[in-house]
Structure formats: structure tokens, C-alpha cells
Write a protein that binds this ligand. Structure first.
Ligand SMILES: Nc1ncnc2c1ncn2[C@@H]1O[C@H](COP(=O)(O)OP(=O)(O)OP(=O)(O)O)[C@@H](O)[C@H]1O
Ligand SMILES: [Mg+2]
Length: 354
């Protein structure tokens, strides 16, 4: 298998380098093995996921080894962190699907969609201490009333499913801390409405995804860091974008600026989702229009203080290097106040209607 061979080769070379007593720069380069060596995962809903690599191994396989499907009290839970659009939610789905297959369970239909033991929850800012315990649904027998039913989280505990709590940092602590008894290794949840204590069944697990330090978010409660001891910083799978046929110069530039983000030099750079969207929009409406829409988005975020000037300027340099320079307007047409001024950002025209 291509994956195994690539990993074996890398590990053998790492061993050689280590044997020579020099496990520094070279080893580091090898350990960031090209992610495209991993086979794409086709989810039952038709989505294709290109798994990112962690030290040469597909992330979903590492993640599944942390979970103990037979005895969930032995599981070590994972949090996937990273900026928007890097693929955190995607990889969480790949982990759930891989775990389901490892448990030799069949994909079934649930609520009309293929189901592989994954419950995705987005608590959001309005979630309270009942969010993970109860749901209110319209009473089928009396339209004027609502009915109390068990929340999807409880269902997941009873049935041994994997729960992904998405964008968890925007949920209030009051909702999250209500799970402390479940997540401290006891795997129990007390339901006051019936007096029942539910115990999680084999197969149950929890994964968090969030963007730490997001403006306006509360981050996760301090007590949760030790409950989710395995943290992975997810970054965009640039190799996958190349495989998808996105302009190689643009992907190279995006990857280059992304490494400046990782080193802390920049706070934000365009990620998988932005680059993929620019590619798809270019196909549909042409590069010039797609680019101007991308630029207007940057401009909006800059004006509203969501984006730093340095990050916006870096994104424009990324476009220069990605081959979009030909769409820039000349300095004369750019001058603010000039009657023929074209609204632009760093020379890139914005999508402004007339
Ligand atoms: N590894 C990947 N394989 C396939 N598609 C990917 C991958 N990573 C990202 N994508 C694409 O990028 C989009 C964003 O990915 P995803 O929703 O997982 O990001 P995210 O990190 O969860 O972002 P957010 O923080 O905004 O929720 C997806 O809809 C998909 O089109
Ligand atoms: Mg997400």
C-alpha cells in the first residue's frame, strides 16, 4: 500500500538520521511527509476527504488509536484546533467513519441519510445546562405543547456513538461544564427528569473542534484541557488542493504564507476553504470576477476590524505569487479620489457594482 510504504521509508530514513546523531532539521522535514500519500476517504454521503498527516501517519488512524471502542473509560479524547476552513470538521467525520468501520459496524440510514455512528453537535452561545440532556420537540398529539425528549448526546451514550462537539469555544461554560461527570472518565450522565443515570456504551467517544482565541468566543473551560489531553493543530491539506487541480502557484503561495501563520509571523492567512472557493468561483464566473469577490471579502473584514492590515496585505502578496498580478489596476486608476479610481485593495479590484 502506498501509504505504508511511504511511512516505512520515512521512518527508516528518520532512524538513519537519528543513528547519525543528527535529529534536527532533516528529520523535521521528513516528518512533515507529503499528505497526498494518504488515500482519500470516501464518506457514505459522497463527500471525499483527504486526510491530513501527523508525523507521516493519517490523522484519523492516530485518532482511532486513542479511542478504545470496547472500553470507552480507557479512551483519551482529542481536540482538533485551528483557524476556520482548515478541515477540522471534515477530519472529525473521517475519524468517526474509520472508527465505525474498525468496529465492523454497518452504515445504516438514519433520518434519510447514511449514518456511521457520528453525532455532530453545535452548542452555540444559546446552549444551556440542558443542551446535552434534553431536546424540546413539538408534541405530535397536541400542537399547542412541546414535548421533552432525550438529547442526541444521550442517544449517543446509550448507543455507543461518537460525538463531535463542533465550534465548542462559542458555547458558554454553563453548557459544557454540565458534562463534567461524563468526561472525567466515569462516563455517566444524570437525567433529573427521570432520575436515571445513563452510562456510555462501548463505541462512545467525544471529539472537540474549535478555533482557539477566536474573537468573541469564550474558549473551552479550563477544566476541559485535562479531559481532552490530545490536542492536534489541524492545518490545511495543501497537497489535497493540488490534487484537486487548483492552480499550483496559488497553492504554493498559500502554503508559504500559512507557514508564516504557524510561526506566528501572521495572525491569519487564507486556508483550504478560501482557496478551494476561489478555485470553484473562478470556474463558474471567471477569474477576474471571482478574485474581486474574494478581495471584497478581505476588504470587508479589514474594515470591520476582523482582519489585521498586515494579514490582508499578506493575502494580496499571496495572490501576486499565485499568478493573479495581471488583474491589478494600474497606480493611476487606483489613486483615491481620482474620478476614474477603481475601488481596490492593494491594487486588486473589489467587486463593487455600479
Ligand atoms: N482534508 C480535506 N479534504 C477534503 N476537503 C477539505 C479538507 N479540508 C478542508 N476541506 C474543504 O474545506 C471546507 C472547510 O473544511 P471544514 O468545514 O472541515 O473546516 P473547519 O476547519 O471545520 O472550519 P470552521 O472552523 O470554519 O468550522 C470543507 O467544506 C471542504 O470543502
Ligand atoms: Mg468546522
Amino acid at each position: 500500500m502506498a501509504t505504508a510504504t511511504a511511512i516505512d521509508q520515512a521512518l527508516a530514513t528518520v532512524d538513519e538520521v537519528a543513528a547519525e546523531g543528527d535529529l534536527t532539521a532533516e528529520a523535521r522535514a521528513l516528518l512533515t511527509l507529503d499528505a497526498t500519500t494518504h488515500e482519500a476517504i470516501l464518506l457514505p454521503d459522497g463527500r471525499t476527504i483527504y486526510p491530513p498527516s501527523l508525523f507521516g501517519e493519517p490523522l484519523q488512524e492516530v485518532a482511532c488509536r486513542l479511542l478504545d471502542a470496547q472500553d470507552p473509560t480507557r479512551s483519551r479524547y482529542l481536540k482538533l484546533i485551528g483557524p476556520p476552513g482548515t478541515g477540522k470538521s471534515q477530519i472529525a467525520r473521517a475519524i468517526a467513519y474509520t472508527s465505525w468501520r474498525q468496529q465492523k459496524k454497518k452504515v445504516i440510514k438514519r433520518h434519510g441519510s447514511p449514518f456511521y455512528g457520528l453525532i455532530e453537535l453545535q452548542p452555540g452561545p444559546s446552549a444551556d445546562e440542558y443542551f446535552f440532556r434534553y431536546d424540546f420537540i413539538p408534541d405530535p398529539e397536541d400542537a399547542t405543547r412541546v414535548k421533552l425528549v432525550e438529547a442526541a448526546f444521550v442517544e449517543a451514550m446509550r448507543n455507543g456513538w461518537l460525538v463531535v462537539i463542533d465550534e465548542v469555544s462559542i458555547a458558554r461554560d454553563v453548557a459544557l461544564l454540565s458534562l463534567n461527570g461524563t468526561l472525567d472518565g466515569r462516563l455517566i450522565l444524570y437525567l433529573a427528569a427521570t432520575g436515571e443515570t445513563v452510562t456510555a456504551q462501548p463505541g462512545f467517544g467525544v471529539i472537540l473542534t474549535y478555533n482557539p482565541g477566536l474573537v468573541g468566543a469564550t474558549d473551552i473551560p479550563d477544566a476541559w484541557h485535562s479531559r481532552f489531553p490530545a490536542t492536534v493543530e489541524v492545518s490545511s491539506n495543501w497537497g489535497a488542493l493540488r490534487e484537486l487541480g487548483v492552480n499550483g502557484a496559488l497553492v504554493d503561495a498559500a502554503e508559504k504564507y500559512d507557514s508564516k501563520r504557524k510561526s506566528g509571523e501572521l495572525a491569519w492567512t487564507p486556508q483550504f476553504r478560501e482557496i478551494e472557493s476561489l478555485h470553484v468561483m473562478s470556474d463558474r464566473v471567471g477569474e477576474r470576477v471571482a478574485l474581486s469577490m474574494f478581495i471584497s471579502g478581505l476588504h470587508e473584514q479589514l474594515e470591520t476590524g476582523k482582519l489585521l492590515a498586515a494579514d490582508a496585505a499578506a493575502a494580496c502578496r499571496m495572490l501576486d505569487e499565485g499568478g493573479f498580478q495581471r488583474f491589478k489596476v494600474s497606480a493611476g486608476k487606483r489613486k483615491a479620489g481620482a474620478s476614474n479610481a477603481i475601488p481596490n485593495l492593494e491594487g486588486y479590484p473589489r467587486a463593487v457594482t455600479r
